[in-house]
Design a binder for this molecule. Sequence first.
Ligand code: NDP
Length: 290
Amino acid sequence: AQRPLTLLGLGDMGTALARTWLAAGHPVTVWNRTAAKAQALAGAGASVAADAAEAVAANDLVVVCLLDDTSVGTALDGIDLTGKDLVNLTTGTPAEGRERAAWAAQRGARFVDGGIMATPDMIGAPETGGYIFYSGSQALFEAHRTVLEVPAGARFVGTDPGHAALHDVALLSGMYGLFAGISHAFALIDGEDIAPKDLAPLLSEWLVAMGFFVANAAERLTSGDLTTGVVSNLAMQVAASGTLLRTAEEQGVSAELIRPYLDLMRRRLEADEAAHGGEDTSGVITLLKR
Ligand code: NDP
C-alpha cells in the first residue's frame, strides 16, 4: 500500500497535488478553508476532514499548500503538531522559511520547506520537467522522498530551511529579467513592418545562445577573475549601450526596463576604467550587494 498523507490547501496547486497523489494510489486526507473544494476531491477518493486539526491528526506526513506564510500560521494556529513531518509548499521568503522551521521545531515537528518550480498543469506530468526545491530536515526528506517525488521532481538543496525559497526566488528573478528584455524587444518593433511572430524565433534562438552568460558568471564569481576569456568587453558594451538607448528613443519606446542594467554597466566601468574595462558584465553583480 502507498503511504498516506494529509494535504491542507486545495487551491489550483493544492488540487493538482492532491489529484496526483490520489492517482498514484496514496490515501490523501484533505482540508480546505472553503469546504466545497475539498468535497470536489471526495469523488477522486480523498478523505475530507471536518477541520484542519482533524486533517493533521490523520497522518504523520502533513503537506501544506496555502496562499502565503500568513495563511499557514492562521490555518495551523493551535493545532498539535507533535511528532508530525510538516512539508510547507507555500511560497515564501527565505526568512519566512527559517522562522516557520523554528516555529515547527518548537511544536515538536520536523520541517521541510519547498519551492515549486511548476504550474499546476505541470504537476503529475513528468515530461514537462517541473520540480520542487526542498530544504530543511534531511531526515524528513529522505523518509518521505518517494511520496514527495510523485507530483514533480524533488531537489533537496540543503539543511537551511530558507534555501528552497532562495533557490525558487533566484530562478524567478532571473526569469523576470529575461521577461523584461523580451518585452522591450517586442515594444521596439511595434508599429513596424515586422511581425511579432517573425521576431519570436530569432529572439528565442538569441536568448538561448546568450545563455552561456549564466555559466560564465558563476565561473567568474568563483575565481574572482572577471577578465579571462572575455570576448565582449565592458568598455565596448558601455559604448554600444548608447545605441540601444537612442534606438529606444527613435522608436518611441520607454527604456525603463533596460536602462537600469545599462546604467549599472556604466557605473562599474566608471568606478575604475583601467581595472574593469576588460571585464564582461558580471561585475554588475558586485554592485548589487548592499
Ligand atoms: P490559490 O489562490 O488557487 O489557492 C490559495 C489557497 O490558500 C486556497 O486553498 C485558499 O483557501 C487558501 N487560503 C488563502 N488564505 C487562507 C487563510 N487565511 N487561511 C486558510 N487558507 C487560506 O493558489 P494556488 O493553489 O495556485 O497556490 C498555492 C501556493 O502555491 C501559493 O503559495 C503559490 O505561490 C504556490 N505556487 C503556485 C503556482 C501556480 O502556478 N499556481 C506555482 C508555484 C507555486 P480558499 O479556497 O478557502 O480560498
